[in-house]
Ligand binder design. Sequence first.
Ligand code: ADP
Ligand code: ASP
Ligand code: MG
Length: 403
Amino acid sequence: MALIVQKFGGSSVANAECVNRVAGIVADTYAEGNDVVVVVSAQGDTTDDLIDKANEINPNHSRREHDMLVSAGEQISIALLAMALEKIGLPVISLLGWQAGFSTNSNHTFARIKKIEKERLMSELDQHKIIVVAGFQGLNKYDDITTLGRGGSDTSAVALAAALHADKCQIFTDVTGVYTADPRKVPGAVKLDEITYDEMLELASCGAQVLNNRSVEMAKKYNVNLEVLSSIKREPGTIVKEAIKLEKMLIRGVAKDNDVVRVSVLRLPDQPGIAFKLFSRLAAKNVNVDIILQSAGRDGTKDITFTVPLSAEDQAREAALAAFPDLTDDDFIVDAGVSKISIVGAGMETHPGTASQMFEALYDANINIQMISTSEIKISVLVDEKDADKAVSAVHESFFPED
Ligand code: ADP
Ligand code: ASP
Ligand code: MG
């Protein structure tokens, strides 16, 4: 007998028909003799709707109350799915995050799971019950509800799979697996049978929302046997694992991230310690800096340009002003109309022409590159947001030509 964790995202439980379909999948898994722990997200656009409601009442609400509100979405889903399973005569119990033992740190809206206390889960499993757990939520040391960041139910599922030493963790969603690009945006995208944790982590971190990046990080750390598959079409999905069989594919996928703002700090003194002064202030504010570009010094000054998530624009401004109090408005330029396009693949490590192939595809599509960054298995470029979809298609077509 195996223990299987199955996670169903918002679109998979969007309405009664979907919930019943999910119940059918869970029931079949249970009927095969497996222990089943299910994680569900809020139905459809519920989380977005709750966030809109919060902003309507008070756009400056505290993060604690934010979590109190948005965690409600998952509570609805677990009860509905449990009811659907009761209807077909199965032993089931729904549990909120805290009831399932999720304890987190206190970083409201982006909390990290610290531990899962397994007693309750184990006792329900001992009674052969199907457990339906609310994703995306936990409890901090003050007994306040926290949430794990958008898309956090994936992380809840992987964390449960790791804690319970599950035989596999299946992430059911509205597409049939991980593709070489978002299959809803790029018609020629190809489904991957397998992908490594490292490649998936880069794709997820670069905007491929099919898996939350923290969930992949955790799956790698605990070697969780992970599969992404469809809740609608019953067919094998994409396996995410440590090492995959060698394929000729140079890159595994193209991703787009619109959650980027480009910040330029101009006319800084061209002397040692300037970058440290700026980036240490940003680090102290926990700002996640991505691409960094420093101009060559000219006439005793230099410019530093970097990207941060949209939500960090104000912190970036505060950090720059704290580091350089004489900074004028003319010397601090912010542009939110940018997108980051990335290609990811372990194959590029041994292929020096990969970057130039990407740049050629962008040149042929007449798209200007504003910034570039590379790592061993990833190349990212910053482009104008209005060119972003065209850029993804052009780059995808170059690496995955349609016959
Ligand atoms: P869920 O509600 O199940 O958590 P998400 O909306 O978070 O689902 O993730 C699934 C979506 O991810 C798909 O509908 C697809 O549009 C998008 N997506 C982006 N990049 C990719 C990719 N490379 N492969 C598959 N899906 C992708
Ligand atoms: N409901 C949450 C969200 O919309 C968590 C999730 O879907 O994974 O972000
Ligand atoms: Mg998701």
